[in-house]
Design a protein around this ligand. Sequence first.
Ligand SMILES: Nc1ncnc2c1ncn2[C@@H]1O[C@H](COP(=O)(O)OP(=O)(O)OP(=O)(O)O)[C@@H](O)[C@H]1O
Length: 330
Amino acid sequence: MDRLVEIRDLRVAFDGVPVLHGIDLDVAPGEALGLVGESGCGKSVTWLAALGLLPAKARVTGSVRLGAGELVGAPRETLETVRGKRIAMIFQDPSSALNPVIRVGKQICEALRLHRDLRGAAAKAEAIRLMEMVGIPDAPRRFDLYTHEFSGGQCQRLMIAMALAGRPDLLIADEPTTALDATIQAQILELLARLRRETGMATVFISHDLGAVAQVCERVCVMYAGRIVEAGPVERLFAHPRHPYTRGLFDAIPQMSGPRRRLVPIPGTVPDPRALPPGCAFAPRCTRAHDACSRTRPDLLAQPDGRTLACAYPVPEARHDSFSTERAMT
Ligand SMILES: Nc1ncnc2c1ncn2[C@@H]1O[C@H](COP(=O)(O)OP(=O)(O)OP(=O)(O)O)[C@@H](O)[C@H]1O
């Protein structure tokens, strides 16, 4: 696979407590990759570590290669150039990126000056083009407004416009739709999918919403307690989730169409990183666990069908009814 980003054995510890235990992950140019898992599994930390955005108390080891360059341990100036220009990140809360006391157009122009050295009328024209591209109606007039004059969904669009200002090769979208209502959520997902098609930038979509991941991603990586437990093409994982944790995430999604079925939440909670169970970290919550699971942690191994899987007793393919991405998306 042609690689834009290559992450190898990425580990993060806060105050000596490991929260990421050796992540291997590749992102290909132009691809849409989903990163899913319950809160606290390490999805955000993976990318914050890659971009050098974690607090100083975080110890980060391993390798994150972007083209020929290494990001782990890179000087601040290198990381500042990468952020925005090569890799942009958007978050659930637009207020993390937008300043309420500066007119939105001016903020986008500032991003254009910083990343592309555009100024004056050229910057203004490009800012308006970006606002139009993300679907802000009447962009030339609204260029001079403040964020409180935009709805939540529109602020999300403005944050995406800012992220696009540097023409990044990769957009990391960290729970970008979690705070929005369902209709707006669908529009933002459609926008992200369209922008990827139009610009050719790769997208990493961090979410605990499997339906959203199915809508925008080609490949999905499931994380649990700081490790990847299953990864592969979205359609294959959705048709036959094999890790009991992936299966558990599917069983917990409400289905709006198709045959009615009972929602089954995964029992228990994600373990505290300071008290990880021995062996497989999911074993205490797993209905398929054997005694050996609590002693030996399974390695993440390539499977003949193109996925990778870390489970000694995976869900057999024939045993469960399959999920179609179409059903999960509705
Ligand atoms: N600044 C920090 N200091 C200490 N621990 C942290 C810090 N940031 C994250 N962690 C811990 O690292 C682990 C992984 O967190 P992370 O935010 O990556 O999870 P996540 O899967 O992205 O969850 P969410 O969906 O809630 O964002 C958690 O146990 C979290 O408490």
